[in-house]
Design a protein around this ligand. Structure first.
Ligand code: MN
Length: 511
């Protein structure tokens, strides 16, 4: 039997840190459910000390994850962080505290303002403290890629001696070349006493587009878990992409003497779900999950693929779930069929919520006859947005054309239940609607990005608008809205971004 490579998913922690990708607790739970279906071994659920919202996410994901999946909580090497993490992890069957420190000169000197010895002392005390609270403690050596090798070995030795169960070497800045990184991992493994009793893992970033190669170099050097994210989401250029690492291992199992337990047919759904929730579009030519990953357009390629798929295709699209199940519901499908489909998609609702969704489903089925999986997901997400909303857009009436002055009349309900009817003119219908909305909402944001996408097929498709709004403090909020009418989608997306802005500032302050 080959080595099992455990997949440690950090979409909900490192991934969520990428600008504009923040998710609320409900959204994180949806992603976590899909991660469980994928069969990941560890879910890093958040950074409990960073906000009450993150604390709650870790708690709730701990409840949902069950016996087979470890739930990890991120901390800095700070006692209070570690205490908070342990509190949040009480619900988890297999809890892990992740703690660590920058080990490169620039991190120690400029960020942490510590000497090398102070760094080692801090590592020892924090790992020990974490071990007094849970049995499974991961020490991460941040920026190990640029760290001095001798100091890195000392730091890892200190963590192992203090009781760490997992050692994670991080090329935090994605700086190394794959060979060099592999050699570093191998040397640490060789020089640290007792490393055979702990799990050695790697965590890398994609700053030079090398994240997958670095992860594989780590595996060849003896690392068994790999830390990664769906769609390679993450700080700057992102983390190693889960789907790429998993499929690369799968294509080369014997050479790498390695396998994963990931259910690859769930990869595409995971990718779409994370993209939809975060508003981070996947580039069409992205490996494994891009829209063109299995498209052949040149004549020579098409000819080859028609004769034998293997000529230009190394992966069967069905293997990564790129071929849809094509179960289409209609108004005649009934409750049982809808419930069955929702269960297959990973959702479970109590009777009252289900009735709500059934009503929305019927409304949609009346309008567009054929309801696809993507439609159902948009119904569910749209409804969740409404439930948690501070402001709700009830109605929007637009007048535009040439030579009319574009005018919008919006009806908006605030969280106290007060209805506001406002109107505004603008340079176009969108501008007029946004100005009308601005008359009611109490916060201000600048629209920095606007994207329209047909999320379902056909001319009667639902149009989804994703907007990015930058608040005065520089934070970016993604808003989404979907409707058959694209201007209404745009207005809903804007209101959604405003709601998220307000909710985030409340969740940070603990309200
Ligand atoms: Mn990272």
């Amino acid at each position: 039997m080959s080595r099992k490579i455990a997949i440690f998913d950090t979409t909900l922690r490192d991934g969520e840190q990428s600008p504009g990708s923040s998710m609320n607790t409900e959204e994180k739970l949806i992603v976590a459910r899909q991660l469980v279906r994928l069969g990941v071994d560890v879910i890093e659920a958040g950074f409990p000390a960073s906000s009450p919202g993150d604390f709650r996410s870790v708690q709730e994901i701990g409840q949902l994850a069950g016996e087979d999946c470890t739930v990890a909580a991120f901390t800095r090497a700070v006692t209070e962080d570690i205490d908070r993490a342990a509190e949040a992890l009480v619900t988890a069957k297999k809890p892990r505290i992740v703690t660590g420190l920058g080990v490169s000169e620039v991190h120690l000197k400029d960020k942490l303002r510590m000497t090398e010895d102070e760094g080692l002392e801090r590592i020892a005390s924090c790992v020990k403290h974490a071990r007094s609270l849970v049995d499974d403690v991961e020490f991460y050596a941040e920026d190990a890629g640029r760290a001095d090798l001798d100091y890195l070995v000392c730091a890892v030795q200190t963590a192992v001696d203090a009781g760490a169960t997992v050692i994670n070497l991080a090329d935090t800045t994605g700086f190394c070349l794959p060979d060099e990184w592999g050699e570093k991992v191998r040397t640490v493994a060789k020089r640290v006493t007792g490393i055979e009793n702990v799990t050695l893992s790697v965590h890398v970033h994609d700053d030079l587009g090398l994240a997958t190669a670095l992860s594989l170099a780590g595996i060849r050097a003896g690392a068994t878990p790999v830390e990664c994210t769906i769609n390679g989401l993450g700080e700057r250029a992102g983390n190693a992409s889960l789907e790429e690492v998993v499929m690369a291992i799968r294509m080369h199992e014997s050479l790498l003497d390695a396998h994963t337990d990931i259910k690859t047919t769930e990869l595409m759904r995971a990718s779409r779900l994370v993209s939809r929730i975060t508003g981070m579009t996947v580039q069409a030519n992205k490996a494994i999950v891009g829209a063109n990953a299995f498209a052949h357009s040149s004549g020579i390629h098409q000819d080859g693929v028609l004769k034998s798929r293997a000529t230009y295709e190394i992966i069967d699209p069905a293997e990564v779930g790129a071929v849809g199940s094509e179960i289409i519901l209609s108004a005649r499908s009934g409750r049982a069929a809808l419930r069955h489909r929702l269960t297959d998609l990973g959702y479970s609702f109590d009777d009252k919520d289900f009735e709500d969704i059934y009503e929305l489903f019927l409304e949609m089925a009346d309008q567009k006859k054929e309801v696809y999986d993507e439609d159902l997901e948009s119904i569910i997400q749209e409804r969740e947005r409404d439930v948690t909303a501070v402001y709700t857009l009830n109605a929007l009436q637009i007048q535009c054309g040439d030579p009319l002055v574009p005018t919008a009349v919006a009806t908006i309900t605030d969280e106290l239940g007060v209805k506001h009817v406002v109107s505004a003119t603008g340079t176009g219908p969108m501008d007029a609607s946004y100005k009308a909305i601005d008359r009611v909402v109490a916060v201000h944001g600048d629209l920095t990005e606007f994207a329209v996408k047909a999320i379902t097929r056909g001319i009667d498709a639902i149009g989804e608008v994703t907007v990015r709004v930058t608040a005065d403090d520089g934070m970016v909020y993604v808003g989404r809205g979907s409707d058959n009418d694209i201007i209404v989608s745009a207005a809903k997306a804007y209101v959604n971004a405003i709601n998220r802005m307000i909710q985030t500032s409340r969740s940070r302050s603990g309200r």
